[in-house]
Design a protein around this ligand. Sequence first.
Ligand SMILES: Nc1ncnc2c1ncn2[C@@H]1O[C@H](COP(=O)(O)OP(=O)(O)O)[C@@H](O)[C@H]1O
Ligand SMILES: [Mg+2]
Length: 546
Amino acid sequence: MNKYNKFYKEVKGFGIPSPFFIDNNKLYKENVKNGEVEFISRQVPYITKCFDDVEENNVQYELKWFNDGKTYNEVVPAIALATKREVILLANKGLSSNDRNARFLIEYFDLFLEKNKMKWSLVVSHLGYVGETFVHPLLDSNYRIVPPDEGELQRLNAIKSSGTVEEWIENVLVPLYDNPKALFPVIASFASILFKEHDLTPILVDISGISSSGKTTVQKASASVWGNPSKYISSMLTTKTAIERMASFLNAFPLILDDTNTAHDPRALQQMIYMFGNGTGKMRGSLEGSRGTSSWQSVFITTGENNILEYTNSQGSAARVIPITNFKFKNKDQDYFALMNKSVEKYYGSIGVEFLKRWEQQRDRFNGRFNEVTQTYQASASNNDVMRRIALHYAFVVFVAEVLNELFKKENISIPIDDLEELFSMICSENNHVDRAKNALVVILEELDANRNYVFQDYLLSNGIHAISNQNGLFLTIDFLRRKLKEDQSQIREAWKSNELTVRQKQNGKLVDYKTITHKGQSFKVVQVNPNFIEKEGFDFSIQSR
Ligand SMILES: Nc1ncnc2c1ncn2[C@@H]1O[C@H](COP(=O)(O)OP(=O)(O)O)[C@@H](O)[C@H]1O
Ligand SMILES: [Mg+2]
């Protein structure tokens, strides 16, 4: 009876609207005309609070009832109390609603709301930024977070803290100091929540390397900044929509997906990179009415055995990904991994909360610094198109590393900043193919070089013409390019043209990359490769070289 007393205390301020009444903890209704009494339901539901979603114009209610020694507490959209079908569905949550009593319950809820003055509170359906306010479940705000679904609820429940700031630093961060490839995603996890404030577009940090190299371990360390890693990291999100929903719920918190590059086919990966990089999902309709457009400004940490960019062929993808390739820990044994995997499950979340608080108080100290760091990185990526585009995001993560060193000076955080700079040069050189378009051309030239039977010079070829070589240069046939580059053709050719890897031709007053040439009496529509590029890359397709 103790538990019932507790429940009773919570609801005793609420009145049951007539003609409904309670008898022996059951709900009845009196027929006003003939005085007959009708049994309605085994339980008496109370509407105890009212929530107004500040962004989406939708109202939700907190519903409470007592059954079989247990208090039930559910937050449901207004429609769940207003239509028969939805009221019956509440049976799934344990309420004794059914086909018979649903219409009475609708009447009851309606009268209940009229009779009782409800406490209103503001709710949001996602974490992170609501206007200028940052919503974190462990920090006070005026908002109550009501996740749209089970998956999001699980993520919300993951954002907890365990252990102290000092313990996290000592047991999770410090052991990663000698591995910048591991430090980077962890710092990116902090940086994620400052993206909006600094007007940065979303970006992927992709960790790739052989099996058992420690990728998942590093993802756990990254997740431990904000909460319980095993609950925070998803491996089940395989559809674009699922990823979109989670990114939108997390809003500013990092989205961390394990084995991303294995669970998705190349096409889906490319779409995923684009969608995430754009920071908005599709407009969705749902039972609860229009949910509006979902959006986020955050970091997406992915892993796989291969660089995620290997699966995509376009310039656009590369500008949205910071690839951490050939991932490994040097000189670490099983004990190290065992300890790290244990530590991240013991120490988490406190550092994130403290970071937010200190940033809030001290952000002015860092004015202008991000710009300086950006300039350095943009200069050092100057001869690599795509690296130049991700230099801004990379610089931001380095900036956040500096911020961490300052904010947690007292706790002796000292992230080796120089190593991150070195890592950047390494990424630049290791990822020459980050320059996708250029790489695609190099691959084509290598293939033609290795197999001259497809290059039409003096004699007509029987097995297909991929290119024509004559005294004017090397020409790739449009037909060959179409087959080779598939859906990326126009994007890649555009990049070749703008980087002058191909020769611009005048056509009706416009600059294009193609023309028609005549060779040995046959005409071909072709794209000419810039002779300087051929020479610079060390190829020679001239007739004498055969
Ligand atoms: N919970 C754990 N306890 C002890 N060792 C672990 C645990 N999880 C992973 N390891 C070890 O850590 C190393 C790295 O594993 P993991 O991070 O899963 O690599 P990857 O994701 O790159 O395949 C492996 O040697 C693995 O056996
Ligand atoms: Mg793994």
